[in-house]
Design a protein around this ligand. Sequence first.
Ligand SMILES: Cc1ncc(COP(=O)(O)O)c(C=O)c1O
Length: 387
Amino acid sequence: MTRTDFQPSRRSDVAPFIAMDVLAEAAKLEAAGRRIIHMEVGQPSAPAPSAALAAARAALDNGRLGYTEALGIAPLRQALAGHYKRTYGVDVPVGRIMATTGSSAGFNLAFLSAFDPGDRVVLTAPGYPAYRNILKALGLVPVEIEVGAETRWSLTPDLLDKAQADGPVKGVLVASPANPTGTMMTAEALEDLVRYCDDAGIWFISDEIYHGLDYADGQKTALETSQNVIIINSFSKYYCMTGWRIGWMVLPKQLVRPTERIAQSLYISPPELSQIAATAALGSVQELEAVKAVYAANRDLLLGGLPGIGLDRLLPVDGAFYIYADISRFSTDSLAFARQMLHEAGVAATPGVDFDPVHGHDYLRFSFAGAHDDMKEALGRLAEFLS
Ligand SMILES: Cc1ncc(COP(=O)(O)O)c(C=O)c1O
């Protein structure tokens, strides 16, 4: 007789990504003929830069695509070293740069090479939900620290002191600009936190995926403060290449070989086609800045228009393409509110509970990575819905 009592592992019991559930519900409405404005998913609507597409076409015409070194192809790693010199004035040895299958693979690899089962890793709440899900699935312990307006939605050494009092902290992960808040740490706040971790022997993981998308004073990489940090980045956001699944890491010297060994077994290598395209994308700044100008116009439009329709409690939108809005004057159930807004206004946004199980009931995340005309239309629809 066939047994029927096989069970999934306990570690696989991670929360679903609600943004994707909203996307699926929006797709159903679209299939039924409704026009939906998508502000739920954090992905650019622009295609990959033309040079990246041309490089990929040429690679396809040449025929063979194969495995590459687990660390990635040399031209990409060299181009990334050039990017650090050009953008931040930092010299990074090519040997410490590793291409990954999106930043998502970078997190898996970094967590595996830096931590052992049971290690505690500090995250912010609100924060990107995959961090805690990956940590949990790998047998690590996410320690989520609530951040708020008093620390400009960032972690501070004081908050880390408190977390350390409850048990040793092995790692800290921050994103600046952050998802879902779009808020950036000041240069000093980032430096203070990196130095604290350096002194305390805590791995500092800097998710720099939204670098390039800042609307204020420019940004610093954590590499400017310490060579012990783990940098995770991606071609998904600024470079408009989500579907190519290509990212990179800058690793401290002692983690390069361990991470390479794990990658060899887990993924073998990132897709060669995407590595070739990404190399070309690094030279496409002009085209990408034009895309960013649309985000900047969308940001101005929404920051100008949302307060007038009742959404006036917004976090600082320093970077990325998100607005994290306090909706508590309308509802304290962001999940139900997002669903109602989708059905009645045809505007899809992500409930804050995705990012913060405790206070997220009071928030919605709006992504403004879409077309400018769509944002205008969304504002009109929201005005009617909220009136
Ligand atoms: C903060 C943050 N990090 C990482 C990722 C994952 O991106 P990817 O795997 O496409 O590089 C995302 C995606 O939305 C994100 O918002």
